[in-house]
Design a binder for this molecule. Structure first.
Ligand code: PGA
Length: 260
């Protein structure tokens, strides 16, 4: 894992946007794996701003999001379809027919999960997978004890995730209990991964992911097995790491090392 620690959230967002923009500049028809959640909102704002400035185009990009809630139609304000349209797709030149998310409102969500895997494979797999991390160490909606060999499927969300999602819904009952999520093994097939963790609330999860044993109790720790993963943390999210001096030594200010 490449651990980049930057002083502030703002610097982390710029660093992450630089990596996404470099990927798309090098490969305009890149397949991006996209994530949702509060952490991604300022990243997408930054990318949209670069698009408006004429420095970033998604015209050739194909995207696959990590997850969607079971039971929510794309036009539901709490759905990830809706989130992605508002946060990124409508603000850039992303082609709607190239933007994929699992459909949560289908009659057979299990079949949809299988079909989603097939759609990713048909597109040639993911070049760059964006990831956030849950306070409980989840990536996508792969909650603790998810199999590290899991594929796209339906997951029951934990109480911790339901609480984290509550602000996005009108009532406790409206918070979805299930999601279709790419599995851990599916995520690990991406050619590169970029995980962004911001704020003190992510410090324990970041430490478990990077320095803990690889364990289904911290699904993000499976990224230890991935050969091309970059983790960007602000100082607060990095505050519980043990080898901080080393990470700063290798990547001063979160920049590339001499041999990157
Ligand atoms: P957050 O969620 O960005 O809203 O903190 C991240 C995640 O749960 O993966």
């Amino acid at each position: 894992m490449k651990i980049l620690i930057v002083p502030t959230k703002e610097a982390a967002i710029v660093r992450a946007a630089d990596i996404v923009a470099a990927e798309v500049a090098a490969k305009p028809d890149a397949v991006l794996g996209l994530a949702t959640g509060g952490t991604m909102v300022p990243l997408y704002e930054e990318l949209a701003q670069r698009h408006r400035a004429g420095n970033f185009s998604m015209a050739g990009v194909t995207s696959f999001n990590l997850d969607e809630y079971v039971g929510l139609a794309p036009d539901h304000p709490g759905s990830y379809h809706h989130y992605m349209a508002e946060a990124l797709f409508d603000l850039t030149d992303m082609r709607k027919d190239h933007a994929h998310l699992p459909r949560g409102d289908v009659a057979d969500p299990k079949a949809e999960a299988l079909a989603y895997e097939a759609r990713i494979a048909k597109a040639g797999g993911v070049d760059l997978q964006l990831l956030g991390i849950g306070q409980n160490g989840h990536i996508g909606f792969n909650e603790p004890t998810s199999s590290l060999g899991s594929r796209t499927r339906i997951k029951t969300l934990t109480d911790s995730t339901l609480r984290a999602n509550r602000p996005y819904f009108d009532s406790d009952d409206a918070v979805p209990k299930y999601a279709i999520t790419m599995g851990i093994a599916s995520i690990l097939e991406a050619r590169t991964c970029l995980l962004l963790g911001l704020g003190e609330a992510k410090a324990d999860a970041a430490a478990a992911m990077i320095e803990g044993p690889m364990s289904a109790m911290c699904p993000a720790s499976a990224l230890q097995m991935h050969p091309q993963t970059t983790v960007i943390l602000d100082e607060a999210a990095a505050s519980k790491l043990q080898l901080t001096d080393y990470y700063h030594h290798v990547h001063p200010g979160g920049q590339e090392s001499e041999y990157s």
